[in-house]
Ligand binder design. Structure first.
Ligand SMILES: [Zn+2]
Ligand SMILES: [Zn+2]
Length: 631
């Protein structure tokens, strides 16, 4: 059975790629077979609506061809694009009507047809086409979507020397985790002595330290390792930094500078121990970043991030909260805006900063002003915004209903009254709201606010996204479902944190059930997965593996009932990620009429031993019709 482009109703223009408009028309039907009138096949459907409600496409024998893709950046000039047929060992389409086929036909930037190879050849015998056999022993899946990343955070991982709590596999190196405090200190001392031989004048930046795994670390500990080399330790969460004396001197961080900070920030500093966290970092981050992210480091690091995401099979990257300094944005435009970029990068405005900076009446206008600042292959998703509830998962600063075992307290990233005000502004303007949340009390705030707004000003298809989804309770899962919200989860949290958090701060009952994705899919809630690199490596296959297995870095499995199936995991890094960004009309499945975004794999993630999903080789991607081999 062949599936062709049959119809495309006009869509909301805001959902199209800017300046890219596909025009699809029906050709006369050569078989004369009758078919259903054009149906609204692509109306937004949630996972809960039934596939059976879709039209009986098996009866449609008549096909239409993409006639022109006028004005599209990558469309060759001319009336018709050349057709390229890609046979494969298997094509996993995630199209419910034709879930597994042999081949896909691509014309220009779009998918023209899927089906059996001989059927497609026969269908195109009247037209010239190219048969491209390079993937005939490979498996094609819908192009992976990295639903939540930050280019500058990922770049820091490429720049800093990594000593972390889990293994890191980068294009040029693999860095095993530091298993305990002794291991951490030995590795750091080795790094420092190598650094002293090679570039003694530069600051040594290292990322990945975590006190709950590696023990305490202070300025004097670092001074013991070196008094000559400036050392800056970036904590695993990126929410804390520790300096040695030489580094404090290098950046001019002294009593005077700390005294000049506003009171709440000053309380989150400990100059004696060289430790700065949360708001205490705001005053010194510009000093550190002007060195750490200077153009001669940041530009090549962005190139490496781009190669990393491409090698992971990504064909689309979204950055929620994409509001960086103008200098960093200019560099991102230069690298990620370039037409050779193997994916599009889509920013979602950071509502937290906008609401803090502008009066309520100006917030929407100021949000929309941002949209022009992204260039080339990057752009803002209109009418979407990111807000923040509670603190960092990797620093145990989330807000927990039943608190922490050691009595410490969580933090709010937006104070609840500010959060409620911001939510209302964007809700009433019809925005889709993505909310960062980690603790179950943080989730209560989000769901209470959503429910109140639904009562006050009901909206259909609002797709409010719960982002990260660290801790939740079963009653909250039912509530998410009832309120029609989505979940975008970080499935790597239990892999690295469940065991240690069982012992420290949280306790086993709550820690083992963190990121309860089994309950989410059983409740029929639309689920996507994300990395938020470096909160997890930005590799969709690793995220799938994490959600399917819940195997920890220590080798045990936590809360097996919260695992999801390989197919649910594949959907969560493709079509469901697309749906959470309102892009399901354009990407996320291999279906006629959608953009030709495909990830080419060595094995089928739905058929391999689930324990090996993360090890499947990524051979290439196809991005909007361009074949981009992974080198
Ligand atoms: Zn977040
Ligand atoms: Zn994030």
């Amino acid at each position: 059975m062949i599936s062709f482009v049959v119809s495309r109703e006009s869509r909301n223009p805001s959902r199209r790629w800017s300046a890219c408009q596909s025009v699809v028309t029906m050709e006369s039907c050569p078989t004369g077979a009758g078919h259903d009138p054009p149906v609204n096949r692509r109306r937004p459907i949630s996972m809960r609506s039934s596939v059976a409600s879709r039209p009986a496409f098996s009866r449609i024998l008549c096909f239409a061809l993409v006639l022109s893709l006028a004005g599209c950046a990558r469309a060759p000039v001319g009336s018709r694009h050349e057709i390229v047929l890609f046979p494969a060992r298997e094509v996993v389409t995630l199209d419910p009507l034709h879930p597994r086929v042999e081949a896909v036909a691509i014309a220009g930037d779009s998918i023209l047809a899927t089906g059996g190879l001989e059927e497609l050849k026969a269908a195109f015998r009247e037209r010239s086409f190219t048969l491209d056999r390079r993937f005939e022993n490979r498996v094609l899946v819908p192009g992976f979507i990295n639903q939540h990343e930050h280019a500058w955070l990922a770049a820091i991982v490429m720049i800093a020397d990594i000593i972390s709590i889990e293994d890191w596999v980068l294009p040029d190196r693999t860095i095993p985790r530091a298993v305990d405090g002794a291991d951490y200190r030995r590795r750091l001392a080795d790094l420092v002595s190598r650094h002293a031989r090679m570039n003694a004048d530069d600051v040594l930046y290292t990322w990945g330290y975590h006190q709950l795994f590696h023990g305490s670390l202070s300025r004097s500990d670092l001074d013991e390792i070196s008094r000559e080399i400036p050392i800056v330790v970036l904590q695993r969460s990126m929410h804390e930094m520790i300096f040695n004396t030489r580094a404090l001197e290098r950046f001019g961080i002294d009593k005077g500078r700390v005294a000049s900070m506003p009171e709440p920030a000053r309380r989150q500093t400990d100059l004696e121990n060289g430790h700065f966290w949360e708001q205490g970092l705001f005053g010194i981050v510009p000093l550190v970043f002007s060195d750490l992210l200077a153009p001669d480091r940041y530009l090549p690091a962005l190139e490496r991030v781009e190669r990393y995401w491409h090698a992971a099979g990504s064909t689309l990257v979204a950055e929620p909260g994409g509001l960086v300094s103008p200098a960093l944005k200019a560099m991102q435009n230069q690298v990620l805006g370039d037409p050779e970029t193997p994916f599009r990068m889509l920013y979602i405005a950071d509502g937290k900063t906008l609401v803090a900076r502008h009066p309520a009446s100006r917030v929407i206008a100021e949000t929309e002003k941002l949209f022009g600042s992204a260039e080339g292959m990057t752009r803002f998703l209109p009418k979407q915004v990111k807000l923040f509830a509670d603190g960092a998962m990797f620093s145990q600063l989330m807000q927990m209903r039943d608190g922490y075992l050691d009595g410490h307290r969580g933090e709010w990233l937006m104070q609840p009254e500010v959060f409620r005000k911001a939510f209302r502004i964007y809700w009433d303007a019809g925005y889709q709201i993505h909310v960062h949340q980690n603790g179950d009390a943080g989730l209560d705030l989000v769901l209470d606010t959503l429910e109140a707004n639904m009562k006050r000003n009901p909206r259909e298809d609002h797709r409010t996204v719960i982002v990260h989804f660290g801790f939740s309770r079963p009653d909250q899962v039912a509530r998410i479902s009832r309120l029609g919200a989505f979940v975008s989860a970080n499935p790597f949290y239990p892999v690295v944190l469940a065991n240690r958090y069982s012992e420290v701060g949280i306790g086993p009952e709550r820690a083992e059930e963190m990121v309860r994705l089994g309950d989410v899919v059983r409740a029929g809630i639309p689920l996507s997965l994300h990395a938020d690199m470096p909160m997890a490596p930005g590799r969709p296959l690793l995220l799938m593996w994490s959600a399917v297995n819940r195997g920890t870095v220590d080798g045990n499995v936590v809360a097996p009932e919260q695992r999801i199936s390989p197919e649910q995991a594949l959907r969560a890094v493709t079509i469901e990620a697309a749906r959470s960004l309102r892009l399901e009309d354009r990407v996320g499945t291999i279906e006629p009429g959608k953009l030709a975004n495909i990830t080419v794999l060595a094995e089928n993630p739905l058929d391999v031993d689930p324990g090996t999903i993360k090890d499947i080789g990524v051979v290439a991607t196809i991005h909007e019709g361009r074949v981009l081999p992974v080198r």
